[in-house]
Design a binder for this molecule. Structure first.
Ligand SMILES: *Cc1c(COP(=O)(O)O)cnc(C)c1O
Length: 410
């Protein structure tokens, strides 16, 4: 009989969102007239910007003509998209990138997982806690870890606790690690790292020959002009950092699917024999072998995000979500809740009142306010006692949800 990849058996069952779904269904079955407002999941709700939609349509029409038909494109993405992103999104930051350093994909979740292919298994990996669960679970699947302990921490992963004491920005590892995942603006906590903070990580990575995986999925939500949008704004980062970006949250592409990875040519690792080797070359090889490119209409739609009209319309949608974030932040603060995030990110991370557990607060909010959020403990042990609200909802619903919470907690 064929053997399975046993590493999958080490994974805890996908518990968080199924359990939220189960509790919400049980509540609505028992209370059919309750108007439940969902501020739980990290998905967008606004439609695509009209200019983006038009480009998408036009590209689909291209496929119906002999002259403009597009078949296989370059596996790593079309130059016209890559160069547009570099020019519109990196050059203004003072970051210069070569076309060969950017790879277009069908989204960031896959990229964050697939990048592990080009790193040896005996690298030591550090991840935050709480964290986007993909970073942890993909390392388990690929066989880098041992079993999980009762807290949920896996052997051979270095966990970096993020808590109130460190403002949810982890301290540098005390020992040497080889790979570090950073996500700013952060999901789930909504906090950001300034340039001085990121410089500490870049310096650590360069001093320890480590590579930083920088997840910038929420960079478009940054409102404070002093906060870096890309890790390459930090001196020395091109030697040690791989950056992930996505059109999912920026431009409502969660269903369309498009992301990108930047692998600068200078980011080096060593072979078993101790020779230096460029990760860019390996990633190109991996991409051209295992991927056949994001679809042509999707890449056309992505390029239209950066047209004058497309960008203006896309910004309006981001502003809409950030207005939701403001409403949640200010409402909860008025209700006496301690909150974090929500200024440069579409997530508000709140401390549960009276020391309640994350799940007890979930039940309270569901049954007393009919509002659904996400228990912080679902993102890692250090998330216990915290709770995530998302600003991706409809504004009228957000206003109503905040009013209900305010009444309940006052
Ligand atoms: C939503 C999200 C992504 C983007 O995922 P896609 O696969 O591009 O939709 C990446 N990282 C984090 C932390 C996210 O929350």
């Amino acid at each position: 009989m064929a053997k399975i990849n046993d590493n999958y058996l080490k994974l805890k069952a996908g518990y968080l969102f199924p359990e939220i779904g189960r509790r919400v269904r049980a509540f609505t079955a028992a209370n059919p007239s309750a108007k439940v407002i969902r501020l739980g999941i990290g998905d967008v709700t606004r439609p695509l910007a009209p200019a983006v939609l038009k480009a998408f349509h036009d590209a689909v029409d291209d496929l119906g003509t002999t002259e403009n038909f597009a078949g296989y494109g370059p596996e790593q993405g079309y130059d016209w998209l890559i160069n547009t992103i570099i020019e519109k999104s990196y050059t203004p930051l003072g970051v210069s990138l070569k076309t060969e350093e950017m790879f277009i994909s069908d989204g960031s979740k896959c990229d964050c997982a697939n990048i592990l292919d080009i790193f040896a298994l005996d690298n030591i990996v550090a991840i935050g806690d709480p964290v986007y669960p993909v970073y942890n679970d993909t390392n388990v699947m690929i066989g880098r870890t041992g079993e999980a302990n009762e807290k949920g921490y896996y052997q051979n992963i270095v966990y970096l606790p993020c808590n109130e004491a460190n403002s949810f920005i982890p301290a540098l590892p005390t020992g040497k690690v080889d790979i570090i995942y950073l996500c700013f603006p952060n999901n789930p906590t909504g906090v950001v790292a300034d340039k001085a903070e990121l410089k500490k990580w870049v310096d650590y990575a360069n001093a320890n020959d480590a590579v930083i995986f920088f997840d910038a999925a929420y960079e478009a939500f940054i409102t404070d002009p002093s906060i870096p949008h890309s890790i390459y704004e930090i001196e020395g980062a091109k030697k040690c950092a791989i950056e992930f970006r996505s059109f999912s949250k920026t431009a409502g592409f969660t269903g369309v699917r498009c992301g990108l990875v930047v692998v600068p040519e200078e980011v080096m690792g060593t072979t078993t024999l101790g020779e230096k080797y460029s990760f860019n070359k390996l990633w190109l090889r991996r991409t051209t072998t295992k991927f056949n490119g994001a679809s042509y209409p999707v890449q056309r739609a992505a390029a239209a995000v950066y047209s004058d009209e497309g960008w203006r319309q896309t910004r309006e949608i981001i502003d809409y979500y950030m207005e939701n974030a403001r409403i949640i932040r200010e409402g909860l603060t008025e209700a006496g809740v301690t909150i974090f995030g929500g200024v440069n990110a579409p997530y508000i991370w709140l401390k549960t009142p009276d020391g309640m557990t994350s799940w007890d607060f979930f039940d309270k909010l569901l049954t007393e306010c009919n509002v659904v959020g996400t228990p912080g403990s679902g993102f890692g042990p250090s998330g216990e006692g915290y709770f995530r609200l998302s600003a991706f909802g409809n504004q009228d619903n957000v206003i109503e949800a905040v009013e209900r919470i305010k009444k309940n907690l006052k």
